[in-house]
Design a protein around this ligand. Sequence first.
Ligand code: ADP
Ligand code: MG
Length: 444
Amino acid sequence: MQFSDLPLHHALHKALDLKGLTTPTEIQQLAIPYALLGRDLIASSKTGSGKTLAFLLPAVHRVLTQAPLSRRDPRVLILAPTRELAKQVFLQLKGLLGKQSLRAALVLGGENFNDQVKALKHYPQFIVGTAGRVADHLVDKSLYLNGLELLILDEADRMLDLGFAPQLKLIDKAADHRKRQTMMFSATLDNAELHYLTKNLLKAPQRITVGSASEEHVDIEQRFILADNVTHKEALLTKIMAEKNFRQIIIFTATRADTERLSILLNEQGMHSIALSGKLTQGQRSNIMNEFSRGQQHILVTTDVASRGLDLLNVALVINFDLPKLADEYVHRVGRTGRAGNKGMAVSLVGPKDWPSYLLIKDFLQQQIEFSAIPGLSAKFKGLRPPRQIQEAPVEQNATTKQVTTTQVKPAPKRVNTMQGVEAGNLPPKRKPRAAIMPVDEEE
Ligand code: ADP
Ligand code: MG
């Protein structure tokens, strides 16, 4: 199938030609026809497989070809979990709109509220934003969604992880009418909390799944290396980055403080790096992402604030300095490389503190994980044993009444992934909100 086979508005065909795109990716081939029919969708495919165009093309087509429900209210609202991702989607949307006399507004937390109110008064047909700030505008009555025709949630699962369920419900209620179409996209859409959201926000959705998040991503070489402690991790990090001439590198750490510490350390060693975390002001965040995406910086040290959706085609290496707490975040982090058919490498450093996360990731991924070692930097740490269950052996009743106690190690129970394929009525205990486990880079 070619893009020319899809019944899209000619302006969109022209925009695709300008981008040099001829063949839709698998998710685009499957999702676009349903989206054009007005069906609700819940769609997932691996990272870097073109999900953004899979929702933007039908959205723009609809606005170009159908009469609006309302001349004042936005017709399409696209929500993303981070400001950086929302901005990227917005720029891609602007690229598709070209010279059409259609307006799009970007509504992000951390930016001037009144400027956004002014932009909303121009009645944009498209709004791209983060859920918190969009909800704020609803409360402020600077935005009404009565005429909304299409609600798109990019990385919906992450929005829930960040605690945006109340804002999503508010947005849903503000646009609650029969004609609204809703679409959700992510590489990981099978976590339990999402069932609740899909049940409530979507009407008889068509589910489209290309592959599974736990399947091996053929374009990403994934390596795991054991590490003893932070100093050892730092030595490994430098060695790995020197292995070859990687175009751009992203390093993920567990905490915001570590992004800065590591970035300073790398700069002291003569490597150009910048640190991005949710702690910075919006202006600083924008500058950093601009510099990195323009290739002015070689290394980005960040937290999970940059794990989702960012499309940076020159990233050839992702390093997990610390492992993420959840397996789905691992999938998204490594997915910052190996995009749109490019090859990439992802290296994860596994120390004693990372071991519980490592076990979760190992269970999630349907692949054999073997640890590799860097010559001269092998770890003493070889992994943690499963907890031992100590049982008293029966006392021998012989003449000398010698008492022998043996410890019997029971095989560890097989770990099961409780988040997969669970029916909504039979949910496992709700998982801890992320904020309780680790500092999260929250959007407003
Ligand atoms: P996802 O959301 O699935 O992670 P993106 O939508 O960010 O992926 O797209 C990843 C990259 O693939 C982008 O650089 C995009 O321009 C490119 N891309 C999208 N569709 C196509 C296509 N049909 N052919 C070639 N490249 C594409
Ligand atoms: Mg995406």
